[in-house]
Design a protein. Structure first.
Length: 469
């Protein structure tokens, strides 16, 4: 397996083992209800120590880890602070914070992440999955580190989250509108991986037929076509007579008139006869057999690899929610609750434990509470944040969500804005679909949503005061 080498790797390789255990100190006055190590926890401190402290109680018990660590853009001012016993790494402590000019920026980031990822791996249950957002600065290095820690075969996918809903006109090169979401399973054979709820409109357009009992399907010709296996010579067992609705025998015949082959064996045709449908669409008016392919919507739909902002929210909707909860922009880089909500939908059951060790404004905790409210679940969250705002923002958000947050002020958040051009107007149907999606996404957050055209722009905004928790 290709491995990633970074400066300091040999020193941090087993650093997670040497980090000393520190017990967690409860602060009952800051919580709601009795403090309990097995309840929802918000831990203020460096996550290396916090994860170590969680090990005795939670090793092998966490079903979902979501992390949104520093992306290492060079502008975040994050610091390397780990107490690793090696002179080279000690020197790194002098060069904080890590800026764009730091030639070891990527090595330091990997050295910081490595022991934390090892501890997160230990905390995951066999059914557990880890999800991490990053951008092009570190996603490729993170993938290689995770390959090494989890095993390459445990990589579920590297998805694209469309974080922005409008282009950046000041971009020097590309206007980047996505982040990556890397997903790994502790054990792909045992993992929790739920399909998403399927709506009729999620079906691809070609499922345009409906069965007698209303199930969507499309048709595929029963005769094999193209490739070497479509001749009688190649597949003699698949050349046999079928009986058409007029009682006549029909054989598979290729375009050039030679003997062909069916896609299904005689046994399969007999077993699945209810899926065979005859159509009179041959040039001579004769019958042609097709078979039905039903959409398996009963079991939901598999999540795609591009998560659009209309479905899961954007950076802007993440910030708008913070503004609603606090009445001001108390945190700069929150993820939208819909993004983490979808991760929970896929990766948790009603009693799962969810861990976020870079929790920032506490979106993960909020999403866990929402998921429980939706399905009467009993999921629990473990959040870690090292900055001083662990109480004033992270924990305060959770307290406000639990007790219902009052709101005062005017909402001037735009949920969607689109300059109307002739091309856009010609595709009005697409535009209205887009607006409907935005409405669906935000309906639960506001009392109403207003659409207006102003100065050549279509603008969608929340109309009234939001629900107060
Ligand atoms: C990008 S923010 C996460 C935002 C979060 N997903 C949200 O929706 O609000 C990353 C957070 O990780 C925290 N952080 C960085 N290094 C940390 C560490 N070693 N231990 C604990 N928290 C850390 C930062 O203070 C910051 O709040």
């Amino acid at each position: 397996m290709t491995e990633l080498n970074f400066k300091g790797k040999e020193f941090v390789w087993n650093h997670h083992l040497t980090v000393p255990f520190r017990p967690l100190e409860p602060h009952p006055e800051k919580g709601i209800g009795e403090p309990a190590l097995d309840g929802n926890l918000i831990i203020h401190g460096d996550n290396l120590h916090a994860l170590k402290a969680l090990l005795p109680t939670y090793a092998g018990k966490v079903d979902c880890v979501f992390i949104d660590p520093p992306y290492n853009t060079g502008n975040e001012g994050w610091c390397y602070n780990d107490n690793v016993n090696a002179p080279m790494i000690r020197e790194w402590l002098e060069a904080n914070p890590i800026g764009i000019e730091d030639g070891l920026r990527h090595d330091k980031w990997c050295a910081m992440m490595w022991p934390r990822l090892r501890l997160l791996h230990d905390l995951l249950s066999d059914e557990g999955t880890l999800w991490m957002t990053l951008d092009g600065n570190e996603a490729h290095r993170a993938k290689l580190m995770l390959d090494e820690i989890f095993g390459e075969e445990c990589h579920l996918g590297t998805l694209v989250w469309e974080k922005s809903d409008s282009p950046r006109m000041d971009a020097k090169v590309f206007s980047t509108s996505h982040d990556f979401l890397i997903a790994f399973a502790k054990s792909p054979d045992a993992m929790i991986f739920q399909r998403l709820e399927a709506e009729e409109e999620d079906l691809p357009d070609h499922y345009n037929l409906r069965s007698e009992d209303g199930r969507p399907y499309y048709l595929k010709p029963l005769r094999a076509m193209g490739g070497q296996g479509d001749s009688r010579e190649a597949r003699p067992n698949l050349y046999f007579a079928m009986t058409d609705p007029d009682g006549k025998e029909v054989f598979p015949i290729r375009q050039d008139g030679s003997d062909g082959a069916w896609r299904w064996s005689r046994t399969k045709v007999e077993a699945e006869i209810s899926r065979i449908e005859w159509r009179r669409d041959r040039g001579d008016g004769g019958w042609v057999p097709y078979f039905r392919i039903y959409a398996d919507s009963s079991g939901g739909r598999p999540p795609g690899t591009i998560w659009y902002h209309e479905e899961v929210g954007s950076s802007r909707t993440g910030k708008a929610l913070i503004k609603r909860i606090f009445g001001e922009s108390s945190f700069d880089t929150p993820k939208p609750i819909g993004l983490i909500g979808r991760i929970l939908e896929i990766s948790t059951e009603r009693d799962s434990i969810v861990l976020d060790s870079f929790s920032g404004s506490g979106t993960t905790g909020h999403a866990v509470l929402e998921a429980n409210a939706r399905d009467e679940g009993n999921r629990r969250f473990l959040l870690v944040e090292m900055e001083d705002y662990a109480d004033k923002v992270t924990a305060e958000r959770i307290r406000r969500v639990i007790s219902g947050y009052p709101y005062s002020g005017v909402i001037n958040t735009e949920l969607y804005k689109e300059r109307l051009t002739w091309t856009k107007l010609k595709n009005a149907e697409k535009l209205t679909e887009q607006v409907e999606k935005i409405e669906n996404l935000h309906r639960h957050e506001y009392d109403a949503i207003k659409k207006a055209v102003k100065d050549g722009e279509l603008i969608v905004t929340p109309a009234y005061s939001p629900k107060s928790g």
